[in-house]
Write a protein that binds this ligand. Structure first.
Ligand code: AMP
Length: 304
């Protein structure tokens, strides 16, 4: 595996592989099994895998964790190499933004003023700007994104359509710990007590799914209310939002069973903000992972 740090080096590495199917896995590093599952899927579908590691300042708000975001390039290098990444692209901020960008992408309020976007002003403008740059720098055939960040996935899919990027966006299932907690680089911030209570998020979402299958819920409000009540039983969890929307267009819905829906939440455990979601479609197209599909991350548990 090659480590490259500049656009020029990236171009040089990719030049001889332009006839191959190139897969891109964008990340912010501090890799875990969730990231590596994206690589695994990419390996099945592509000849040459580029993983990017870039903690993008443009997508962090002034009071967010940009400075303390966990980083460990040496360890990431080993994990990426073992997973079969061909090129690890690790630009610094100056390489990605040689000067203050005067032209950036703007995500419509229709899809950015809900879920995480409602609480993270201009976050998705920052995400789409850096992903557009990564697409232009790498020119991948396929790009892999996790459903864990379902709003991001929906917005990037929309960006590809609206801005005519020649890339196929591939959604990937959420990888979880054995107790259901979705893997996240930020899980490392959790205290022991918080870590014990954090699986409540996926437990509640599973309960919601268990109610959706026999059509127990009548309205999104009923679901949202149930989640609020259940989460209030955990003293360390502070719910930021719970929303039940149509997916992937992220519009409000009154019905639950004639379209794909997302039930998504964010909650604080101390200063650590965790997100999780389920996608559900009553038409037999459920994207909710069943027990067989849930990939259990048995390793690296100490970090997450
Ligand atoms: P991040 O490094 O957190 O920006 O994530 C990079 C990519 O990995 C994004 O497409 C995420 O959605 C995806 N990802 C993060 N956590 C998980 C997970 N637990 N399961 C699957 N994909 C994930």
């Amino acid at each position: 595996m090659e480590l490259v740090e500049t656009v020029e080096e990236l171009n040089n590495s990719l030049r001889k592989h332009r006839n191959s199917i190139i897969g891109l896995v964008p990340t912010m590093g501090y890799l875990h099994e969730g990231h590596l599952s994206l690589v695994k899927k990419a390996k099945k579908e592509c000849d040459f895998i580029v993983m990017s590691i870039f903690v993008n300042p443009l997508q962090f708000g002034p009071n967010e964790d940009l400075d303390r975001y966990p980083r460990d390039l040496e360890r990431d290098f080993d994990l990426a190499r073992q997973a079969g990444v061909n090129v690890l692209y690790h630009p610094n901020v100056k390489e990605m933004y040689p000067s203050e960008p005067l032209i950036t992408t703007k995500v419509s309020n229709k899809i950015s003023n809900v879920l995480c976007g409602k609480y993270r002003e201009s976050h998705f403008d920052g995400v789409t700007t850096v992903v557009a740059k990564l697409f232009n720098q790498t020119k991948p055939d396929r790009a892999y994104f996790g459903q864990k960040d379902a709003q991001q996935l929906a917005i990037i899919t929309q960006m590809v359509k609206d801005l005519s990027f020649q890339v196929t966006v591939v959604p990937c299932e959420t990888v979880r710990e054995e107790d259901g907690l979705a893997l996240s680089s930020r899980n490392v911030y959790l205290s022991e007590e918080e870590r014990e209570q954090a699986p409540i998020l996926s437990q509640i979402l599973n309960e919601v799914r268990d109610g959706l299958i026999p059509r127990k819920w009548n309205t999104p409000d009923e679901i949202n209310q149930y989640v609020r009540e259940r989460i209030s039983t955990k003293p360390l969890a502070k719910l930021q939002y719970i929303e039940t929307l149509e997916y992937p267009n992220l519009q409000a819905t009154t019905s639950l069973y004639d379209k794909q829906i997302i039930v998504a939440l964010a909650a604080y455990f101390g200063k650590t903000r965790l997100i999780d979601n389920i996608l559900f479609s009553a038409e037999g197209e459920s994207h909710v992972p069943n027990d067989d599909e849930i990939q259990i991350a048995s390793s690296h548990r100490n970090r997450s």
